[in-house]
Design a protein around this ligand. Structure first.
Ligand code: ADP
Ligand code: ADP
Length: 231
Protein backbone atom coordinates (compact mmCIF):
# COMPACT_ATOMS: atom_id res chain seq x y z
CA UNK A 1 0.00 0.00 0.00
CA UNK A 2 0.84 3.70 -0.07
CA UNK A 3 -0.04 6.22 2.62
CA UNK A 4 -2.71 8.82 1.96
CA UNK A 5 -2.85 12.25 3.47
CA UNK A 6 -5.60 14.83 3.11
CA UNK A 7 -4.74 18.37 4.17
CA UNK A 8 -7.46 20.97 4.75
CA UNK A 9 -9.54 19.52 1.95
CA UNK A 10 -12.62 21.55 1.04
CA UNK A 11 -15.26 21.10 -1.67
CA UNK A 12 -17.82 23.73 -2.46
CA UNK A 13 -20.16 22.70 -5.28
CA UNK A 14 -21.15 25.49 -7.63
CA UNK A 15 -24.37 27.26 -6.57
CA UNK A 16 -24.49 25.64 -3.13
CA UNK A 17 -24.48 27.71 0.05
CA UNK A 18 -22.52 25.46 2.41
CA UNK A 19 -19.46 23.44 1.43
CA UNK A 20 -20.11 19.68 1.05
CA UNK A 21 -16.72 19.01 2.66
CA UNK A 22 -14.93 21.57 4.79
CA UNK A 23 -11.32 21.67 5.88
CA UNK A 24 -10.83 17.93 6.31
CA UNK A 25 -7.44 16.67 7.42
CA UNK A 26 -6.91 12.91 7.57
CA UNK A 27 -4.01 10.46 7.60
CA UNK A 28 -4.25 6.90 6.33
CA UNK A 29 -1.20 4.69 6.88
CA UNK A 30 0.10 2.36 4.17
CA UNK A 31 -1.74 -0.96 4.34
CA UNK A 32 -4.47 0.38 6.59
CA UNK A 33 -8.24 0.16 6.12
CA UNK A 34 -9.89 3.41 7.16
CA UNK A 35 -13.66 3.69 7.20
CA UNK A 36 -15.53 6.94 6.65
CA UNK A 37 -18.86 6.43 8.39
CA UNK A 38 -21.65 8.95 8.76
CA UNK A 39 -25.19 9.80 7.75
CA UNK A 40 -26.34 10.21 4.18
CA UNK A 41 -25.33 13.59 2.78
CA UNK A 42 -22.47 14.24 5.21
CA UNK A 43 -19.93 14.34 2.38
CA UNK A 44 -18.44 10.83 2.40
CA UNK A 45 -18.66 10.25 -1.35
CA UNK A 46 -17.42 13.72 -2.13
CA UNK A 47 -14.39 13.17 0.10
CA UNK A 48 -13.64 9.82 -1.53
CA UNK A 49 -14.02 11.16 -5.06
CA UNK A 50 -11.60 13.97 -4.33
CA UNK A 51 -8.92 11.38 -3.49
CA UNK A 52 -9.06 9.95 -7.03
CA UNK A 53 -9.87 13.39 -8.43
CA UNK A 54 -13.22 12.40 -9.91
CA UNK A 55 -14.13 15.62 -8.12
CA UNK A 56 -11.74 18.56 -8.02
CA UNK A 57 -11.19 19.99 -4.53
CA UNK A 58 -11.97 23.66 -4.08
CA UNK A 59 -8.93 23.89 -1.82
CA UNK A 60 -6.56 21.72 0.14
CA UNK A 61 -4.02 19.06 -0.71
CA UNK A 62 -3.99 15.31 -1.41
CA UNK A 63 -0.80 13.32 -0.93
CA UNK A 64 -0.46 9.66 -1.96
CA UNK A 65 2.68 7.68 -1.20
CA UNK A 66 4.39 10.93 -0.25
CA UNK A 67 3.61 12.55 -3.61
CA UNK A 68 1.39 15.62 -3.90
CA UNK A 69 -1.22 14.53 -6.45
CA UNK A 70 -3.52 17.53 -6.11
CA UNK A 71 -2.52 19.03 -9.42
CA UNK A 72 -1.50 16.05 -11.55
CA UNK A 73 -3.55 14.65 -14.43
CA UNK A 74 -6.19 12.38 -12.84
CA UNK A 75 -5.64 9.76 -15.56
CA UNK A 76 -2.22 9.13 -14.01
CA UNK A 77 -4.01 8.03 -10.82
CA UNK A 78 -5.93 5.15 -12.41
CA UNK A 79 -3.10 2.70 -11.92
CA UNK A 80 -2.47 3.85 -8.37
CA UNK A 81 -6.08 3.75 -7.26
CA UNK A 82 -8.74 1.08 -7.65
CA UNK A 83 -12.31 2.26 -7.22
CA UNK A 84 -15.28 0.08 -6.30
CA UNK A 85 -18.77 1.48 -5.86
CA UNK A 86 -22.24 0.26 -4.96
CA UNK A 87 -23.61 0.66 -8.46
CA UNK A 88 -20.75 -1.49 -9.69
CA UNK A 89 -20.48 0.30 -12.99
CA UNK A 90 -19.82 -2.97 -14.80
CA UNK A 91 -20.20 -2.53 -18.53
CA UNK A 92 -23.29 -4.54 -19.51
CA UNK A 93 -22.09 -5.28 -23.05
CA UNK A 94 -18.83 -6.79 -21.76
CA UNK A 95 -18.33 -10.17 -20.13
CA UNK A 96 -17.04 -10.52 -16.58
CA UNK A 97 -13.54 -11.21 -17.95
CA UNK A 98 -13.62 -8.17 -20.25
CA UNK A 99 -14.76 -5.94 -17.40
CA UNK A 100 -11.94 -7.13 -15.14
CA UNK A 101 -9.37 -6.85 -17.94
CA UNK A 102 -10.16 -3.24 -18.67
CA UNK A 103 -7.64 -1.35 -16.54
CA UNK A 104 -4.72 -3.79 -17.02
CA UNK A 105 -5.30 -3.54 -20.78
CA UNK A 106 -5.35 0.24 -20.64
CA UNK A 107 -2.14 0.03 -18.66
CA UNK A 108 -0.60 -1.86 -21.57
CA UNK A 109 -0.20 -5.26 -19.95
CA UNK A 110 0.61 -8.05 -22.45
CA UNK A 111 -2.39 -10.15 -23.45
CA UNK A 112 -1.29 -13.37 -21.71
CA UNK A 113 -0.59 -11.58 -18.46
CA UNK A 114 -4.03 -9.93 -18.58
CA UNK A 115 -5.68 -13.30 -19.16
CA UNK A 116 -3.89 -14.88 -16.18
CA UNK A 117 -4.71 -11.88 -14.04
CA UNK A 118 -8.44 -12.16 -14.78
CA UNK A 119 -8.43 -15.79 -13.65
CA UNK A 120 -6.48 -14.91 -10.54
CA UNK A 121 -8.86 -12.09 -9.63
CA UNK A 122 -11.94 -14.28 -10.08
CA UNK A 123 -10.44 -16.88 -7.76
CA UNK A 124 -9.51 -14.18 -5.29
CA UNK A 125 -13.10 -12.99 -4.92
CA UNK A 126 -14.42 -16.54 -4.83
CA UNK A 127 -15.94 -16.87 -8.29
CA UNK A 128 -15.12 -19.97 -10.31
CA UNK A 129 -13.40 -18.71 -13.50
CA UNK A 130 -14.82 -21.49 -15.66
CA UNK A 131 -18.32 -20.60 -14.63
CA UNK A 132 -18.08 -16.83 -14.59
CA UNK A 133 -15.48 -15.45 -17.00
CA UNK A 134 -17.78 -15.50 -20.01
CA UNK A 135 -20.96 -14.30 -18.33
CA UNK A 136 -22.57 -10.94 -18.83
CA UNK A 137 -23.29 -8.83 -15.74
CA UNK A 138 -27.08 -9.20 -16.04
CA UNK A 139 -26.65 -12.96 -15.56
CA UNK A 140 -25.07 -12.46 -12.13
CA UNK A 141 -26.66 -12.03 -8.72
CA UNK A 142 -26.17 -8.71 -6.92
CA UNK A 143 -23.48 -10.21 -4.70
CA UNK A 144 -21.64 -11.67 -7.65
CA UNK A 145 -21.74 -8.33 -9.48
CA UNK A 146 -20.26 -6.62 -6.45
CA UNK A 147 -17.50 -9.23 -6.28
CA UNK A 148 -16.69 -8.62 -9.94
CA UNK A 149 -16.63 -4.90 -9.13
CA UNK A 150 -14.04 -5.55 -6.43
CA UNK A 151 -12.07 -7.87 -8.75
CA UNK A 152 -12.00 -5.16 -11.39
CA UNK A 153 -10.85 -2.54 -8.88
CA UNK A 154 -7.98 -4.83 -7.86
CA UNK A 155 -7.03 -6.07 -11.31
CA UNK A 156 -4.16 -3.71 -12.05
CA UNK A 157 -2.79 -4.30 -8.53
CA UNK A 158 -3.18 -0.70 -7.32
CA UNK A 159 -1.63 0.13 -3.95
CA UNK A 160 -4.74 2.13 -3.02
CA UNK A 161 -8.37 1.02 -3.06
CA UNK A 162 -11.30 3.39 -2.64
CA UNK A 163 -14.62 1.71 -1.88
CA UNK A 164 -17.94 3.54 -1.74
CA UNK A 165 -20.67 1.39 -0.16
CA UNK A 166 -19.24 -1.51 -2.20
CA UNK A 167 -21.59 -4.03 -0.55
CA UNK A 168 -24.60 -1.76 -0.37
CA UNK A 169 -26.82 -3.41 -2.93
CA UNK A 170 -27.06 -6.93 -1.51
CA UNK A 171 -28.99 -8.85 1.10
CA UNK A 172 -27.61 -8.97 4.67
CA UNK A 173 -26.23 -12.51 4.40
CA UNK A 174 -24.35 -11.89 1.15
CA UNK A 175 -23.17 -8.61 2.60
CA UNK A 176 -21.67 -10.40 5.61
CA UNK A 177 -19.94 -12.86 3.31
CA UNK A 178 -18.46 -10.06 1.22
CA UNK A 179 -17.26 -8.28 4.35
CA UNK A 180 -15.59 -11.47 5.61
CA UNK A 181 -13.97 -11.92 2.24
CA UNK A 182 -12.62 -8.38 2.22
CA UNK A 183 -11.13 -8.88 5.68
CA UNK A 184 -9.45 -12.12 4.52
CA UNK A 185 -8.20 -10.49 1.32
CA UNK A 186 -6.81 -7.54 3.19
CA UNK A 187 -4.80 -9.80 5.49
CA UNK A 188 -2.98 -10.97 2.38
CA UNK A 189 -2.91 -7.86 0.20
CA UNK A 190 -2.45 -5.02 2.70
CA UNK A 191 -3.80 -2.41 0.32
CA UNK A 192 -4.40 1.06 1.62
CA UNK A 193 -8.19 1.23 1.69
CA UNK A 194 -10.58 4.09 2.27
CA UNK A 195 -14.04 2.59 2.62
CA UNK A 196 -17.25 4.61 2.80
CA UNK A 197 -20.39 3.36 4.51
CA UNK A 198 -23.37 4.65 6.46
CA UNK A 199 -23.52 1.32 8.32
CA UNK A 200 -21.82 1.59 11.71
CA UNK A 201 -21.71 -2.20 12.22
CA UNK A 202 -19.95 -2.61 8.88
CA UNK A 203 -17.46 0.10 9.86
CA UNK A 204 -16.67 -1.63 13.17
CA UNK A 205 -16.28 -4.97 11.44
CA UNK A 206 -13.97 -4.16 8.54
CA UNK A 207 -12.04 -1.07 9.72
CA UNK A 208 -8.56 -0.79 11.22
CA UNK A 209 -9.54 2.77 12.09
CA UNK A 210 -12.82 4.58 11.75
CA UNK A 211 -13.47 8.25 11.04
CA UNK A 212 -16.93 9.14 12.34
CA UNK A 213 -18.15 12.01 10.20
CA UNK A 214 -20.72 14.70 10.80
CA UNK A 215 -22.03 17.28 8.39
CA UNK A 216 -19.44 18.62 5.89
CA UNK A 217 -17.27 15.57 6.66
CA UNK A 218 -16.24 17.05 9.97
CA UNK A 219 -14.38 14.32 11.84
CA UNK A 220 -16.04 13.78 15.21
CA UNK A 221 -13.85 10.81 16.11
CA UNK A 222 -10.95 8.98 14.48
CA UNK A 223 -9.89 5.82 16.24
CA UNK A 224 -9.79 2.02 16.30
CA UNK A 225 -13.08 0.09 16.47
CA UNK A 226 -12.23 -0.97 20.03
CA UNK A 227 -11.65 2.61 21.18
CA UNK A 228 -14.80 3.84 19.45
CA UNK A 229 -16.93 1.10 20.99
CA UNK A 230 -15.46 1.91 24.41
CA UNK A 231 -16.15 5.63 24.14
P1 ADP B 1 -22.63 11.19 1.33
O1 ADP B 1 -21.72 10.41 0.44
O2 ADP B 1 -22.17 11.26 2.74
O3 ADP B 1 -24.06 10.75 1.24
P2 ADP B 1 -22.20 13.33 -0.59
O4 ADP B 1 -20.75 13.54 -0.64
O5 ADP B 1 -22.84 12.54 -1.67
O6 ADP B 1 -22.59 12.72 0.84
O7 ADP B 1 -22.93 14.74 -0.54
C1 ADP B 1 -22.53 15.76 0.37
C2 ADP B 1 -23.36 17.02 0.12
O8 ADP B 1 -23.02 17.54 -1.15
C3 ADP B 1 -24.86 16.78 0.11
O9 ADP B 1 -25.48 17.90 0.69
C4 ADP B 1 -25.17 16.68 -1.36
O10 ADP B 1 -26.50 17.09 -1.60
C5 ADP B 1 -24.16 17.63 -1.97
N1 ADP B 1 -23.77 17.23 -3.34
C6 ADP B 1 -23.29 16.03 -3.73
N2 ADP B 1 -23.01 16.02 -5.03
C7 ADP B 1 -23.34 17.25 -5.50
C8 ADP B 1 -23.28 17.90 -6.79
N3 ADP B 1 -22.81 17.25 -7.87
N4 ADP B 1 -23.71 19.18 -6.88
C9 ADP B 1 -24.17 19.84 -5.80
N5 ADP B 1 -24.24 19.31 -4.58
C10 ADP B 1 -23.84 18.03 -4.42
P1 ADP C 1 -24.16 -14.83 -4.08
O1 ADP C 1 -24.57 -15.00 -2.65
O2 ADP C 1 -22.83 -15.42 -4.41
O3 ADP C 1 -24.32 -13.45 -4.58
P2 ADP C 1 -26.73 -15.84 -4.80
O4 ADP C 1 -27.06 -16.58 -3.52
O5 ADP C 1 -27.38 -14.54 -5.03
O6 ADP C 1 -25.15 -15.71 -4.93
O7 ADP C 1 -27.02 -16.79 -6.02
C1 ADP C 1 -26.93 -18.18 -5.88
C2 ADP C 1 -26.73 -18.85 -7.25
O8 ADP C 1 -27.74 -18.46 -8.16
C3 ADP C 1 -25.39 -18.47 -7.83
O9 ADP C 1 -24.63 -19.63 -8.03
C4 ADP C 1 -25.71 -17.81 -9.15
O10 ADP C 1 -24.93 -18.39 -10.17
C5 ADP C 1 -27.16 -18.07 -9.40
N1 ADP C 1 -27.81 -16.85 -9.88
C6 ADP C 1 -28.29 -15.85 -9.13
N2 ADP C 1 -28.83 -14.87 -9.89
C7 ADP C 1 -28.68 -15.27 -11.17
C8 ADP C 1 -29.01 -14.71 -12.43
N3 ADP C 1 -29.63 -13.53 -12.55
N4 ADP C 1 -28.67 -15.40 -13.54
C9 ADP C 1 -28.05 -16.58 -13.43
N5 ADP C 1 -27.72 -17.17 -12.27
C10 ADP C 1 -28.03 -16.53 -11.16
Amino acid sequence: GASIRLDNLTKRYPDSQAPAVEDVTLDVAAGETVILVGPSGCGKSTTLKMINRLIEPTSGRITIGGEDVTGINPVALRRTIGYAIQATGLFPHMTVAENIALVPKMAGWPRAKVRDRVEEMLELVGLDPGEFRGRYPRRLSGGQQQRVGVARALAADPPVLLMDEPFGAVDPITRERLQDQLIRLQRELRKTIVFVTHDFDEAIKVGDRIAVLRDRSQIAQFDTPEAILAS
